[in-house]
Design a protein around this ligand. Structure first.
Ligand code: ADP
Length: 254
């Protein structure tokens, strides 16, 4: 009876060991696949501006473009270099946030003042689209890394502007629940289709690649935002309805 019990137990342990090896193998495969996808996305994002820079400079050099059209082409070349520089900036930021000993320095400061300043900084963008910006802020102090959160608001607010049509409305609202301060960034823009919503925080995910790229996007912005939020133990949620609008809510524990 005892020997049966021992044998039986050993079989269970081997089974458990096999299960955990299988689980580890499938996790390693997943990480490998993610790494492959990442490299292929990065190469694509680098390759496409380089191709257009090469094509346009060659055309200008070979005299194919009439002088009166050269300025338009030079402007495209300039925009493509901006795209590359934004990509490198985003990749460096991701690498630094991914590293285990990422330096982050929480300080206490007035969140409403930071939000108000970012609205001012983005003024040229929303004025150009004649957007109506509504601020509903509370005098409230938080304890987070100020520069990293500057990046969070900048990103969410420029997205709200970028994905809004002319004359739309954007609301930045703060709410104090007693346990946390919530920041809602709402727009009445194009919205995000239901099937895309679960992926918007994934690296390189763009609902409409052509539209995003033409607006200077690379699909990394929200993944950086999410990473910053999670590093602080905060939360971000998104609700959206196509052609009605989007609301991102960041929750910072008090
Ligand atoms: P991108 O550089 O393309 O803007 P992000 O990571 O910032 O990349 O956003 C990922 C995708 O989520 C965008 O391509 C866009 O399709 C969608 N998105 C983000 N914010 C909004 C918004 N406020 N309204 C509609 N779509 C949005």
């Amino acid at each position: 009876n005892l020997s049966f019990r021992l044998k039986h137990r050993r079989k269970d342990e081997i089974g458990e060991l096999m299960d955990s090896f299988n689980h580890m193998a499938s996790e390693i495969q997943k990480v490998d696949k993610m790494r492959e996808d990442f490299v292929s996305n990065v190469s694509h994002e680098i390759q496409s501006p380089i191709t257009s820079i090469r094509g346009f400079t060659r055309a200008i050099r070979d005299g194919v473009i009439p002088v009166e059209h050269q300025k338009e082409h030079l402007d495209i070349i300039y925009q493509e270099t901006l795209r590359l520089s934004k990509l490198s900036d985003h990749l460096l930021r991701l690498a630094s946030l991914d590293s285990e000993n990422h330096p982050f320095h929480p300080v206490e400061y007035r969140l409403d003042e930071q939000l108000r300043r970012i609205i001012l900084v983005t003024e040229p963008l929303w004025i150009k689209k004649n957007l109506d910006i509504e601020l509903d802020l509370l005098a409230c102090r938080v304890m987070v890394d100020r520069d990293l959160f500057e990046h969070v608001w900048q990103n969410l607010i420029t997205n709200a502007i970028k994905y809004s049509g002319d004359n739309n409305r954007i609301v930045v609202q703060m709410e104090n629940t007693g346990l946390a301060v919530l920041v809602h960034i709402m727009d009445t823009g194009r919205g995000i289709p239901k099937e895309d919503l679960p992926y918007v925080f994934d690296r390189f995910y763009m609902v409409d690649k052509a539209r995003s790229r033409s607006g200077g996007g690379n699909g990394l912005g929200l993944s950086i935002v999410k990473k910053i939020i999670e590093l602080h133990g905060c939360k971000i949620d998104v609700k959206s309805e196509e052609w009605k609008g989007t609301c991102f809510t960041v929750s910072i524990p008090l």
